[in-house]
Design a protein around this ligand. Sequence first.
Ligand code: AMP
Ligand code: MG
Length: 493
Amino acid sequence: MNLNAVIEDPNPIGWRFDNTYSLLPEAFFAPAKPSTVSAPRLVILNHRLADDLGLDLTRLSPEAAASLFTGQDLPSGSLPIAQAYAGHQFGNFTMLGDGRAILWGEHRSPIGQLVDIQFKGAGPTRFTRRGDGLAALGPMLREYIISEAMFALGIPSTQSLAVATTGESVFRESRLQGAILTRVAASHIRVGTFQYAAATQDESNLQLLADYTISRHYPELAGSPNRYAKFFQAVLERQAALIARWQLVGFIHGVMNTDNMAISGETIDYGPCAFMNAYSPETVFSSIDHAGRYAYKNQPSIAQWNLARFAEALLPLLDPEQDKAIVIATEMLNQFSTLFEQYWLAGMRAKLGLENAAAGDLELAQSLLIWMQKAQADFTNTFRDLSEDELPAKDRYQDPDFRVWHARWQLRLNGQNRPRNEAHAAMRGVNPAVIPRNHRVEEALTAAQDHDDLSVLNRLLATLAMPYEVQTDTAIYQEPPADDCHYRTFCGT
Ligand code: AMP
Ligand code: MG
């Protein structure tokens, strides 16, 4: 035996695949293979996320990383599949599935959490309908930026591990650089996955999916006699909490179709999403959302609408008698608004430095919003200004309506036993100084796409990584865009 022989580590990066989704019946997925591409090149790698996942990506040469993150060389243990699902898109039911996404498999992190590792833009699958299965660099970097911002804000979200270009062209309105995003998610099980299971008309599919999802995301419910009702209730709670978090930072998802609502409670599918600047409940950025179905103010009611579709899919599991199942589901669904409002109001209290609850708090928060809308005040900056020990000297804060509100708020703060500077410090911990402003995101994407310059994007990411802290660059990222009314976002297709 030659003891000096170099034994090559077969898994230097540390992948720990444990592919559980593909144990579901075959109806739920189809084998898939990333397309061969001509010139893989790594654009960005998320080392912070890699660390969290127990992956040592520093062991990869740039070529090996490019090859890995374009699916040219998948690690052993991966089992690439495309997932089947359905969904209501702008209210219309359609059979969908991963048309341009491929799940490599599930990886177990050092803390034992199972996460999906998925490609977006790696070529067609069995579920590709009219599309090409591809993605362009801009939208994939956009998802990277916004998902990182959401993570740093502490809002449940899928995350982005890498973006690589393929060397292929992608044709949209113009010719664009093809790219692949590697996305990490608690899972990609959606409301639409349940709608799909229900549509197979095979109740065992539905039950297997429900039990699988419970064991993956709500393990405390496994084995419980009423587990499907409790499961629905738990999903409803997570969505109420999530949408409240969105509203409290002015995040507009833009395409809240039922296939874009994750059962895990994470924000998923960053297409035409964007953050609101001046407070206006009607705000909608998506170029295809003509009726404003997914406008800022509609997000809570749309979440409830989506949950009603989820309940419909689950009915056979809630009770063998449909009438009884409907009663059970309706009762739970009706709690959504109250739950949402509780989460929202708790968040608003924190934003306003209130550590206890008092009658009138809802009205206090609402009257601030009414003033902000009238004054076209920036949502993020107004809350941040209120968090400073000294309110910045801006003209709009001299408005008599604001003064009246401010005096009321001061009175309310005086009623709690908390030094004012402590209240302000707590407020700065929940009111971000920076959000990914539309013009700053666009500027970073333009530099990356048109000039191969990632420095703008990296500076933006560094600031967004600590949104509650004031850093060197913070001030330039706090400035709202000059003209926001005409800003339009596009589904990242
Ligand atoms: P999205 O609006 O990104 O959530 O996508 C809705 C559906 O369209 C999903 O089933 C996607 O897989 C599919 N899809 C979106 N873009 C493409 C594309 N370029 N090629 C194939 N399928 C796509
Ligand atoms: Mg989607």
